[in-house]
Design a protein around this ligand. Sequence first.
Ligand code: SF4
Ligand code: SF4
Length: 484
Amino acid sequence: MGTAGKSLNPEGVPPQLDGDAPITVSLYDKWQKIHPLWVSGGWQTGRRVVLAILLLVFYLAPWLRWNGEPGIFFDLEHRRFTILWATFVPEEFILLAWALLIAALTLFAVTVAAGRVFCGWACPQTIWSLVYFSIEHWIEGDRAARLRLDRGHWNLDRIKKKVLKYILWAGLSFSISLTFVGFFEPIRELIPRILRFDLSGWEQLGLVLPAAGSFLLSGVLREQVCFHMCPYARFQSVMFDRDSLIISYDVDRGDPRGSRNRSADPASMGLGSCVDCMKCVNVCPTGIDIRDGLQYQCIGCAACIDACTDVMQMMGYGKSLIRYSSQNKDMGQQRHWLRPRLIGYASLILVMVGAFSYVLDHRIPLGLDVARDRNRLYRQDWDGSVENVYTLRIANRESVAREYSIGFESPLSLEYDGPKTVRIAGGEFTALPIRLLLPGTAAQTAEPADVLFRVESLDSPDVAIEEASRFHLPVGTMKSGGTK
Ligand code: SF4
Ligand code: SF4
């Protein structure tokens, strides 16, 4: 399955027919595990540094606290999300969708500009695959040793190595799922509860599924995920243009390929610089030969660049035959940095980020919704006084408990009947019934009027919110206007 693309030429045509004799081409290619060669070099060092930083962020994030509050926490039970110490309640999930949209657009823009740099450098699947592969390489040895081990008989050495590898993989998988669940449950309380086997069914599932998923997808299947499961691998090619960054082989310098001694003169042999050593193929985590041209299986990891750099330096031929390039550059045409599609994406992202920042900056960590009973706008007492009833839904959008004062303004001399202050836990909301009363004498001559409710934080007076409503009166008592 994994190398099915290799049996077809770039146009998808089966191998050349021998005369008129029919040949059978199987569309099913048995999965053969890819054993990449371990490679070092400038690009791989860079990738490993990025990987270390991203892993550090992942593992530390659930532990980060400021004034006792987590930096990132998705509290499903109370339906509130905390991102960088800002708590969002369900009414604000549109902001989360907005942030995801900006992230998706950024990914599209990065793909147009830099090709599959996300796949090779920051995709979680690539990162975890590299970690699992590093363990495999450490236990079982490099490519030749791993091939020997897998093709050999089951003996004590093979059993020992496989068991040790799977134990370490299982430990890594558990650390991933524990950290993952730590984004949804307080991790400091979760670990002691795991040790006491005191977990709910959902928590057990939350620990087992991500662990099993990462073990299988990043450990066992690795490149198969990129080949067959990742939708981004399939549709990213439509985002490419002829100036997108790609990894490509320098045909002009490299071809014709052929092996030779280090002391041989390639020009006199009619050869290019490629010594056909296959090192670029052997280091490739997806097992492709980049010399065949751009292929969807290439995740842009740059391992082949470092591999060929080694070979070229050893031969004294200069820099790598494989490099970051673009289709235009490969054709000897001028490279354009500013392209309409890129400018379009960048402008859209700028507008969206600007608007998003404005909304966040003007976001009040307090929500107020004033609701009325639509079936009964007012109630008139025997003495002519009129009352209106409201329900104030107040949401504390901070992560800590706050106390609020409740007040109102109106041109009418209304009497207030309801709580003057309320304390609400972080991320929670409360619904308060409020009664406003207009005494009998005033109600005879009054007209319906606006009422402005105001809720103010007693801890930070600059945190306040207002919401307008209406005080209704019986139609017969009004001088004019009014709605019932
Ligand atoms: S590593 Fe370089 S020299 Fe060796 S086969 Fe690949 S392109 Fe040719
Ligand atoms: S062809 Fe090169 S850059 Fe692409 S996946 Fe293989 S090693 Fe990585």
